[in-house]
Ligand binder design. Structure first.
Ligand code: NAP
Length: 247
């Protein structure tokens, strides 16, 4: 049986590119979605044309019972889960003075606790199988790109880096856990959510002077889960075109 990959938040944006790239490499896929039901079902049909198995499961990654149910479905329909891409994330920009504790907690719940719940649930299967890969999708906002309007998002992504290191220790020696920090990736959402002035300022911060393509992140994920990356573990990799002032 082929390896099975779960991509959280896989129905759109960067997650969708990861789903397609992994499917093209022959992995069976579980697309997790929360709200994007139509997109997820359409993507299942697209992925199945690539001659791999594919299911989609609705689940809010911040809810332990829903994650447990999702893994039960994966185990019964696909046999288990060898690769987890913790990609689901939210960003609720708001002026610092208006940012509520509820917003802050929600962001942490999805971006950080969600990755913890999903990783914890796949531990036993991967450990017994003596093989596994976990990739956490953090952000350069988790390293040194800060916006007070996204104070909760930036904190969640920094904490996801810390989570990666602890997971790598816990999951050793059979399972590699790595973290990818994208810079500005030009997903449909990302480009339509911001005004032109903001986009120009962001563009000028990037040495290659363009936004990233979701496919570029997906190709990095594909490499990190492959056997070519067997010796890459517990690493934080930026993919941001080079940001001035960062290293
Ligand atoms: P996006 O287009 O906003 O998509 C977010 C995804 O997360 C959606 O598929 C959404 O699923 C899912 N999601 C949100 N809340 C969820 C929940 N509670 N349970 C399950 N899934 C949930 O974002 P994106 O730009 O593709 O970003 C993907 C990841 O990369 C995120 O973690 C983001 O923080 C990170 N990132 C993005 C950029 C960028 O420039 N785009 C840069 C750095 C890091 P539904 O639609 O089904 O609700």
């Amino acid at each position: 049986m082929g390896k099975v990959a779960l991509v959280t938040g896989g129905a759109r944006g960067i997650g969708k590119s990861i789903v397609l790239e992994l499917a093209k490499s022959g992995y069976d896929i579980c697309i997790n979605y929360n709200n994007s039901c139509d997109e997820a079902n359409k993507l299942v049909l697209e992925v199945k044309k690539l001659n791999v198995k594919c299911i989609c499961v609705k689940c809010d990654v911040s809810k332990e019972n829903e994650v447990d149910n999702m893994f039960n479905i994966i185990e019964s329909k696909l046999g288990g889960c060898d690769i987890v891409i913790n990609n689901a994330g939210i960003d609720l920009p708001n002026l610092f003075q208006n940012k509520t504790v509820e917003e802050f907690k929600k962001t942490l719940d999805v971006n950080l606790i969600g990755a913890f719940i999903v990783s914890k649930r796949c531990y036993k299967y991967m450990y017994e199988k003596k093989w596994g890969r976990i990739i956490n999708i953090s952000s350069t906002n988790g390293i040194n790109s800060y916006y007070p309007m996204c104070i909760d998002y930036d904190a969640s992504k920094a904490a996801l880096i810390s989570l990666t290191h602890n997971l790598a220790i816990q999951f050793a020696p059979f399972i590699n856990v790595n973290c990818i920090c994208p810079g500005f990736i030009g997903t449909e959402n990302e480009l339509k959510d911001y005004d032109e002035d903001f986009l120009k300022v962001e563009l000028d911060k990037i040495m290659v002077h363009r936004f990233g393509d979701p496919l570029e992140v997906a190709k990095l994920v594909k490499f990190l889960v492959s056997d070519d990356a067997n010796y890459i573990n517990n690493t934080i990799i930026r993919i941001d075109g080079g940001q001035y002032g960062s290293c």
